[in-house]
Design a protein around this ligand. Structure first.
Ligand code: IPM
Ligand code: MN
Length: 349
């Protein structure tokens, strides 16, 4: 019995999660998948009502599940960053989900802003480190609010953290068996301590994988290549902050936030799957958001828990629905109603 913790979150989160669960239900019958879900009302809405984003016991509760399905976080009436930290970052860090896996995959029939590139060329994965870097929250102020103010925000990299994410990327390139290339994306020409560590560890771990090509790109150049020659990439491994930035770019070249999904993975613990998009408050409750990204996140979840047949069916259903031309525009407000897109995918599985 597969046990899934569901955190719909804020804004359009609940609407897109509903469609992902609809597709899960549709695929469970024919594949004989047995599952149960438990829903948690954590997020900005709860904070406004009860003064807390989530209970203190959240991590212990979530550890009891096989996987977590998250909609979206962020609420316009809650101080900026609060829900992001208490829900998203605390879970990523607390459950040690050290991999943020972000496939950049152009489905057939989906429009990309990149001229002359198609599904053959746009098919790679970003392995974003998910527990270190500028996200650790180390730093502070001195002389706050005065003309002499100093603010620091410290990027933290550990050898263990760097090694495990780089090893994950090499293993992934091996398992994919495609272009067999890992590109480390950093800024080691300027960040001569932290990213020097990354470069050294990349070289060391890379030696264990003689059949995988080792490639290196500075983050600014990587942005250029992602647009100019996306076919060059197979697996990109990068730091938390750069991974955050380049995966928004990646989302755009695969057709937009409407399709981009991700997994926060702890290979030895409980992992969490979510669309890359935010809570899009202006579309809340209007049935206007595109649930494809959230459905794709469910597909990743099922793949992760080794419900291979169910995952494959969802992938094929997404491919056929997108290729059918029934969703000519993937953006929120311009796509067909949220629930109708969910129905289409559910029917196709
Ligand atoms: C993401 C988001 C988060 C991040 C924010 C909401 C904290 O942008 O998942 O990419 O920076 O990781
Ligand atoms: Mn982001």
């Amino acid at each position: 019995m597969l046990r899934i913790a569901v955190i719909p979150g804020d804004g359009i989160g609940p609407e897109v999660v509903r469609e992902g669960l609809k597709v899960l239900e549709a695929v469970a019958g024919p594949t004989g998948l047995e599952y149960e879900t438990a829903e948690f009302d954590w997020g900005g809405e709860r904070y406004l009502k009860q003064g807390e984003v989530r209970p203190d016991s959240a991590l212990d509760i979530l550890r009891q599940f096989d996987a977590i399905y998250l909609g979206a976080v962020g609420h316009p009436d809650v101080p900026v960053g609060l829900v992001e930290r208490k829900l998203l970052l605390d879970l990523r860090f607390g459950l040690d989900q050290y991999v943020n896996l972000r496939p950049i995959k152009l489905y057939p029939g989906v429009w990309t802003p990149i001229k002359d590139k198609g599904p053959e060329e746009i098919e790679f994965v970003v392995v974003r480190e998910n527990t270190e870097d500028l996200y650790v929250g180390t730093g502070g102020f001195a002389h706050y609010g005065t003309p002499d103010e100093v603010a620091t925000q410290v990027a933290v990299y550990t050898r263990k953290g760097t090694e495990r994410i780089i090893r994950y990327a090499f293993e992934l390139a091996k398992a994919r068996g495609k272009r067999k290339r890992v590109t480390v994306v950093d800024k080691s020409n300027v960040l001569t301590y932290g990213h020097d560590l990354w470069q050294r560890v990349f070289g060391e771990v890379g030696e264990e994988y003689p059949d995988i090509e080792k490639d290196r790109a500075y983050v600014d150049a990587a942005c250029m290549w992602m647009v100019k020659n996306p076919e060059w990439f197979d697996v990109i491994v990068t730091t938390n902050m750069f991974g955050d930035i380049i995966t928004d770019l990646g989302a755009m070249i695969q057709g937009g936030m409407g399709v981009a999904a991700s997994g926060n993975i702890n290979p030895d613990g409980t992992s969490m799957f979510e669309p890359i998009h935010g809570s899009a408050p202006k579309y809340t409750g209007q049935n206007k958001a595109n649930p494809i990204a959230c459905i794709a996140a469910m597909q990743m979840l099922l793949e992760h828990v080794r419900a291979a047949e169910a995952a494959e069916r969802i992938d094929k259903a997404l491919t056929s629905v997108l290729a059918s031309g029934k969703i000519p525009d993937l953006s929120a407000g311009k796509c067909p109603p949220t629930s109708e897109i969910g129905d289409m995918v559910a029917a196709a599985v």
